[in-house]
Ligand binder design. Structure first.
Ligand code: OAD
Length: 248
């Protein structure tokens, strides 16, 4: 396994770097992850709420869950991990930040050119979809005055513009992420359990194209044995240390 200094050295020299983030990056902001002991999915079964079928059966219940999550995220602040990654997007032309997170904390930390694989809880679209409501729009009202909210164009239900289980990712967004992964000299996987595909496949894609791969996580994951360097610890700490080492 490569050392911390080795990773910092590679980051300093690389012109193309990608970081793929997951829920662990927002953990220090107080947002529960999906699969940990206190994970969101432990208290609520994913297939109960984050599916098109669940929404068709009970749109109010699904919206109550998203409204609760939106309220929690609204009270939270980006942490040092979001800050370092956001600054890298602004200061390093060849740095691409790809996230599975839908919470908007990367955006609030000033992330530029963010690739959002799973959408955003702050965006909505018509669930039918009607012609006028096909594109996403921003609706950051918390709590929503009426659940489920109605489409202003057709009066149908509005849904969160996130990717649910069983739904495909936006092909253009996935293609952007895949191209960045293929071009990466260093590919970092941060705060994700790496079990949800296609996001989890990006590190393997990057590796096949010659990237040096690094994982930052509080515990070993499905990909730990495949990466070139793995650092166990909170993402905020590891990224702050790496940032300091890269700048020194
Ligand atoms: P998970 O909950 O599956 O994994 C979170 C990971 O973060 C775990 O590996 C933890 O060990 C790690 N972790 C926790 N705290 C950390 C910290 N402070 N620093 C670093 N790592 C930490 O969340 P994701 O991998 O993001 O999809 O889940 C992937 C997708 O599954 C989500 O985007 C969501 C969910 O279903 C959709 O909603 C489509």
């Amino acid at each position: 396994m490569a050392s911390f200094e080795d990773v910092a050295h590679r980051l300093r020299r690389a012109s193309h770097v990608v970081a793929l983030t997951g829920a662990g990056v927002s953990a220090a902001s107080g947002i529960p992850t999906f699969r940990g002991p206190d994970g969101l999915w432990k208290r609520v079964r994913a297939e109960t709420l984050a599916t098109p079928e669940a929404f068709a059966n009970d749109p109010k219940l699904v919206w109550e869950w998203y409204d609760w999550r939106r309220g929690m995220v609204q009270q939270a602040q980006p942490n040092q991990a979001h800050d370092v990654l956001g600054r890298w997007t602004r200061e390093r032309a060849g740095f691409t930040l790809v996230t599975q997170n839908v919470d908007g904390l990367h955006e609030r930390a000033g992330a530029d050119r963010l690739v959002r694989l799973h959408g955003s809880i702050w965006h909505v679209r018509c669930s039918k979809p009607c012609d006028a409501g096909r594109a996403d729009w921003l609706d950051a009202t918390v709590p929503q005055p009426r659940l489920p909210p109605m489409c202003p164009h057709c009066g149908g239900f509005v849904r969160p513009a996130v990717v649910w289980f069983g739904e495909p990712l936006d092909p253009e967004v996935l293609s952007r992420a895949s191209r960045a992964a293929a071009a990466a000299e260093v590919f970092m996987v941060i705060g994700t359990s790496s079990v949800v595909y296609p996001a989890a496949g990006l590190v393997h894609h990057a590796r096949r194209h010659g990237a040096f791969t690094v994982e930052l996580n509080t515990e070993a994951t499905a990909i730990s044995i495949d990466v070139d360097a793995s650092f166990i610890g909170p993402a905020a700490d590891s990224l702050s240390r790496l940032d300091a080492a890269v700048r020194s």
